[in-house]
Design a protein around this ligand. Structure first.
Ligand SMILES: [Zn+2]
Length: 256
């Protein structure tokens, strides 16, 4: 598997080889563009694609052949839609994982209690979820994770162990911080795109067409359309013999 370390070693070897060629054979310097552009492209790909395991190991699905799937929500808690999602999940007796943003917890502590009391899992999705979060230092990421962890701990007395990086972007500093704090990084293999697409039908068909044993679905508990898609997804799962299980059961990990 190509990761950051291997890609960096290859880049330096290529540059060293080209330097020798320039020195001995006076080749054109434009040749350096090949390793530079390909290294840059790999960095962008590795950062943006959580499934690539480029900087850090991420768990995105299970390889089980059993018809089990897990549902996850990012960006809550949300006063309106987290509650609605909880109501739908009770109706279908389905567990889910809520990756919460620390700054959204303030004033919604009861909702955190409610999620936990209903048997769902709570994971860390940083404190600020800032658009510029990927430029943070290791300490910056540790602060983001610790602040949210302390907030959740104060409410439910459980120390979160699962972390989902905002936007699914990973960086070397994020990797170091999550390793230092002993988090498991949880990705997904079905991205609903429920925050970018307006069509409930398109989102539903995108999700259910990809459902297979071991799948981890990414939703956001931030809009009415996601609640509708959630219902359709749970109907599809029930009609097709898929059992919705907790992320702990599906991935055989501990959440706290
Ligand atoms: Zn998010």
């Amino acid at each position: 598997m190509l990761n950051f370390k291997t890609a960096s070693i290859c880049f330096f070897i290529e540059c060293a080889a080209l330097s020798l060629l320039v020195y001995f054979f006076d080749i054109c310097l434009w040749w350096f563009l090949i390793p530079v552009i390909s290294y840059k492209a790999l960095i962008i790909y590795g950062s943006a694609r959580i499934q690539s395991n480029f900087y850090v190991k991420t768990i995105c699905n299970s390889t089980t052949e059993e018809k089990k799937i897990a549902i996850t929500f990012d960006d809550g808690p949300n006063s309106e839609y987290t509650k609605k999602a909880l109501d739908v999940l009770v109706e279908y007796n389905a567990p889910a994982t809520f990756f919460v943003i620390g700054k959204n917890i303030q004033g919604k502590e009861d909702l955190i209690k409610q999620i936990d009391a209903a048997g769902h899992t709570i994971g860390n999705h940083t404190f600020s979820h800032s658009f510029l979060i990927d430029f943070k230092s290791k300490n910056g990421f540790m602060y983001e994770l610790n602040t949210t962890s302390d907030m959740v701990y104060a409410i439910i007395k459980k120390r979160m162990k699962l972390f989902r990086p905002p936007y699914g972007v990973t960086t070397p500093n994020l990797a170091s911080a999550s390793k230092a704090l002993n988090y498991d990084i949880i990705g997904w293999n079905i991205r609903s795109l429920d925050t970018t697409s307006d069509s409930e039908e398109k989102i539903t068909s995108r999700v259910i067409s990809q459902i297979k044993p071991g799948a981890v679905i990414l939703f956001h508990d931030t809009s009415e359309k996601t609640i509708k898609v959630l219902k359709q997804t749970l109907n599809f799962a029930a009609e097709n013999g898929f059992k919705v299980v907790s992320i702990e059961e599906l991935l055989r990990i501990k959440a706290y």
